[in-house]
Design a protein around this ligand. Sequence first.
Ligand SMILES: *Cc1c(COP(=O)(O)O)cnc(C)c1O
Length: 358
Amino acid sequence: MTPNPRLTIDLDTIEQNARVITGLCADHDIQVTGVTKGICGHPQVARAMLRGGVNDLGDSRLENIHRMRQAGIESSFWLIRLPPLSAIADVVAAVDASLNSELSSLHALSRAASDRGEVHGVMIMVDLGDLREGLWPTQVLAAAAEAAKLPGIRIRGLGTNLSCFAGVVPDEANMQQLIALAEELEQNLHLELELVSGLNSSGLDLLAAGAMPGRINHARIGEAILLGRETTHRRAWPGTRQDAFVLHAEVLELKTKPSQPRGAHAEDAFGGNPRFEDRGDIVHALLNVGRADVDVAGLMPLDRGVHILGASSGYLVLDLSEFVGDIAVGGELAFSINYSALLRAMTSEYVKKELHGG
Ligand SMILES: *Cc1c(COP(=O)(O)O)cnc(C)c1O
């Protein structure tokens, strides 16, 4: 028996997606850090990204970076989340470079790297309006001036992250602002910034339109490689595939049941108050995957006539009334998944990972 629930992962698809994205970026003199946080630093997936041409790897979690290093991956690594003061020594030991916006962290990195006789690379992050990480533009120069004086760290670049918290889209104006800030640092601090890092998967449209200003030369890309989508409208990216990951789950119960609950009802197990449309009796199915395993809102059935009614921690509840084909207890259904569902499926120990290709 094949274990369920399971996530099948097609490594050749990921490699090919990476090749398409890194090729596009290379045409614009942009090097790509492959972002592995969506797949928890899964070593074979990371290797597929490297085969597909990413320059190096970045993850938001040290645990994931340890996992890749322990698997013997010889890439340079970025910590793409701000380093925690509680783990600075680990940061300096585990990664070559990190993204930063706090002087206290930069001081701590400086001390920790100096203790090891090493130089830790730093990308200073600027918040151009998405309201996640980064110094406000007016504060960048003063902070960078102080950072530039610290031993043990080297400012490798200036970066920004968009489309992640507030959904602010990269455009020519905010990319020009990033470049202007980079040039201001270079002139005032007499340094040369190796990297101006403006893109994640949300910047591909601007790039393909030929509207990305030339000085931008670094991208940090996860979703477009893993799931083949740009992330401003989640459009499938030309030449990439969207089906590298497929979730399979098994039918545990299959019965005719009414579409409406019986009895007085209050909150469900998760504090919600679900509403039920009266459609008479339906073909009601329970699958062995639930909220502990995936973001249910990010599941798309691959078979026609499969409707998701909801989920508890361990059951996905379906209406199969319109399903044509054979299905029985013990049978399987398959789902494509979005980034949020992928992240949870990769994180869940209950979901088995089945690799193909590579
Ligand atoms: C997650 C992340 C990325 C990658 O974003 P995608 O949309 O998956 O390409 C890039 N940079 C930072 C700082 C991130 O946290």
